[in-house]
Design a protein around this ligand. Structure first.
Ligand code: DX5
Ligand code: ZN
Length: 213
């Protein structure tokens, strides 16, 4: 299991310190939640703060867009050279075109599925993407309760992924901690995002290690 702590639950008064700490504690990616107050009912960070995160991070960035006008935000963050940019399929008229655009910028493209969106929505995109991010809460906030029906969705997605593009990673985001990580691993998850579980812990390394199943 690869671990991507969500900076949304970090102490924003000490953001660089917290980003360095999760990297030192052995995370694999730094998960950055960008919200615009339109696609989701919350507003987070733009390029000034994300570039501060990029400077502090010693692990690659995994940028999760929860916005309208995806292409505008992709172009805004591309100069920071993140490893992944993922966007919501529910908010994109031309997801295939945007996937090609992200790849043309030298960034790995990924698609995000809201809790109601079926695994099959990415079937004809799977061959062209490097990650599918499955939301296990409604996007917008950290610290929400895990929605258990996503386990079956991951099993269906894994079957599609294994057939079409075995290199594409399956990532889960929302309500993840040591109590549900094993069932998620078994269902087919490769990368877990964890915000409140990691940043709420006394020791980041112990928390991150407990997710490495
Ligand atoms: C929610 C964000 C998540 C969030 C996860 O919209 O995409 O990345 O920070 O937080 P936890 O792990 O606390 O559910
Ligand atoms: Zn996220």
């Amino acid at each position: 299991m690869l671990i991507a702590p969500s900076v949304l639950s970090a102490d924003f008064g000490n953001l660089a310190r917290d980003v360095r700490a999760i990297c030192d504690a052995g995370c694999d990616f730094v998960h950055v939640d960008v919200m615009d107050g339109h696609f989701v009912p919350n507003l987070t960070i733009g390029p000034v703060v994300v570039s501060a995160i990029a400077r502090a991070a010693t692990k690659p960035l995994d940028i999760h867009l929860m916005v309208q006008n995806n292409t505008f935000f992709v172009d805004l963050f591309a100069p920071l050279k993140p490893e992944f940019i993922t966007f919501h399929i529910e908010e994109e008229k031309h997801p295939h075109r945007l996937v090609q655009h992200i790849r043309s910028l030298g960034i790995k493209p990924g698609i995000v599925l809201n809790p109601h969106t079926p695994a099959e929505a990415v079937e004809y995109l799977l061959g062209d993407i490097d990650m599918v991010l499955v939301m296990s809460v409604n996007p917008g906030f950290g610290g929400q309760k895990f929605i258990p029906t996503v386990v079956e969705k991951i099993q269906r997605l894994k079957a599609l992924r294994d057939r079409i593009n075995p290199n594409c990673l399956i990532e889960i985001d929302g309500g993840v901690g040591s109590s549900n990580i094993s069932i998620l691993k078994e269902a087919g998850v490769d990368v877990c995002v964890a915000g409140s579980y990691v940043f709420g812990a006394d020791d980041y390394k112990t928390a991150i290690d407990s997710l490495k199943v």
